[in-house]
Ligand binder design. Structure first.
Ligand SMILES: [Ca+2]
Length: 483
């Protein structure tokens, strides 16, 4: 009888799709299939060819911790309470069921390799980081030569600092000695195990660390990007004249240490790290195919936020411009929609939880705030919600917020409820967001409309109580070599 009932479960579960969820850290849209003229990403590109590529996908908060907590809870940052790094939603909304936890509760094998929730990179690489143990049945935290051996050799703008500071290194060691290479090895091993035990569907989450600083990649990847060919942004002085100061407040004093030579070195290393990470993605996709899992596995590829490489004079993240708020997003769901399709309606990382829950028939909490992207996967011309909001905080007492709304044509931003400035960009004519139209009277009606829409969406980003949950307990830093 036991054998009979087990095989009944097996038959039902084998039809449920698996999920391979791949996220890269601090990756912007410098990707071949997104039209980047220089960056080589053959493996992400071949994934795009078998799925739907979202042309306008945005994070909800352009910083690791807040973005990842939002994505993995399906709630806006105003509802998770996680508005800075080194925190986890269990400190604010402990009873909420996370995305991987929902799959676990529904019988899936949920595994994490590397960075899904926040990690202090590179110090916490090799530890669980600011993880949520309730989300996973298996957690793997490899640490490679980039973490354990090479720090003394890494160039950095501020000696001794590697995580928040621009820093890079062309490593003499091969792919599989680096953390991301070890992670791909682990993922291949887990996929082999999953293929041999098909009675349980899996949710395998793989969080690569590159291209986050320090931009460390094996030296051969640097050969793809001759330093003198790396693009430098010009005309910044003119560009920033029409901007409110808070729009540029993510600038760090250390960025003033950059000259053109260092800027080109940094971009070379950032691009090299992307191509290195892409190669690891390729090894995992190959393993999925080789183990006969591809036909029944939904693959997601994304990043936690974008990244500036000098636009508007900015580097890294924490701005509300396109480069910082936008993320790559590719979803390949077997049998859904046309392979290689492109969806142009704005969507957010907030939408991933309801999407995957629907596609896999997994019970999700009723208070999720995003939309399911399933209708857009079936027909990429579907509009869905039709806009996405992102937010960021600026120092001050009380804390000041900037909010931005992205529609298919416009980006509109308000700082401190427009008390400290606003911005309007026409993406049809100004994709680089160089001309702020917010103070031009002919756009008054459009601005009133976008402002109303933004404020309504912001109000809905709070929980039913209307108040952002308080975070209990302090910050902490798991550290492999100095715990
Ligand atoms: Ca990040």
């Amino acid at each position: 009888m036991q054998a009979f009932s087990n095989s009944g479960v097996q038959a039902a579960d084998e039809q449920r799709p698996n999920v391979l969820f791949i996220i890269s850290d601090d990756l912007n849209n410098s990707i071949g299939s997104y039209g980047h003229p220089q960056v080589k990403t053959p493996n992400i590109d071949r994934l795009a060819e078998r799925g739907v590529r979202f042309e306008r996908a945005y994070c909800q908060y352009p910083l690791c911790g807040p973005s990842r907590n939002s994505m993995l809870t399906g709630l806006y940052p105003n509802s998770t309470g996680i508005l800075s790094n080194s925190q986890i939603f269990r400190q604010s909304i402990p009873n909420h069921v996370s995305l991987p936890q929902a799959f676990r509760l529904d019988g899936y094998f949920a595994a994490r390799i590397g960075k899904l929730y926040h990690y202090a990179v590179p110090k916490s690489v090799g530890t669980n980081g600011h993880d949520d143990p309730g989300s996973w049945e298996l957690e793997m935290n490899p640490a490679g030569c980039d973490r354990l051996l090479e720090e003394p050799d890494i160039f950095t703008l501020r000696p001794g600092n590697f995580g928040g500071t621009l820093s890079w290194y062309a490593s003499p060691r091969g792919d599989e000695l680096h953390t991301d290479g070890l992670m791909a090895n682990d993922a291949i091993w887990v996929l082999e195990r999953c293929a041999s035990e098909k009675q349980r569907p899996f949710f395998l989450a793989l969080g690569f660390y590159r291209p986050h600083t320090p931009y460390v990649a094996p030296a051969p990847y640097f050969d793809n990007y001759p330093k003198e060919d790396m693009p430098l942004i010009e005309g910044v002085e003119e560009d920033v004249k029409d901007l409110p100061p808070l729009a540029l407040a993510s600038h760090k004093p250390e960025h003033d240490l950059l000259n053109d030579d260092l800027r080109q070195q940094a971009i070379q290393a950032y691009f090299s790290s992307i191509t290195f990470m892409d190669a690891q993605v390729g090894r995992v996709l190959d393993a999925l195919d080789k183990n006969g899992l591809a036909d029944n596995t939904i693959i997601v590829f994304t990043s936690d936020h974008g990244y500036h490489l000098g636009e508007h004079g900015l580097w890294q993240k924490m701005s509300l411009f396109e480069e910082s708020a936008r993320v790559p997003l590719i979803i390949a769901a077997p049998g859904m929609g046309k392979q290689g399709a492109v969806a142009k309606t704005p969507v957010g990382l907030i939408d991933l939880y309801p999407t995957l829950a629907e596609l896999c028939g997994v019970d999700a909490p009723e208070n999720l705030q995003g939309q399911s992207l399933a209708p857009i996967l079936r027909d990429p011309n579907e509009e869905g919600r039709g806009f996405t909001i992102s937010q960021v905080s600026r120092r001050g007492k009380p804390q000041v917020f900037g909010y931005t709304i992205r529609t298919p044509r416009w980006r509109y931003t308000e700082w401190d409820q427009a008390e400290q400035g606003r911005e309007l960009y026409d993406h049809e004519n100004d994709p680089l967001e160089l001309t702020n139209l917010a103070e031009e009277s002919q756009h008054a009606e459009l601005i009133a409309d976008l402002s109303g829409k933004l404020q309504e969406a912001v109000a809905e980003s709070f929980p039913a109580s209307g108040k952002t949950p308080e975070v209990r307990g302090g910050l902490w830093l798991p550290n492999l070599t100095d715990p």
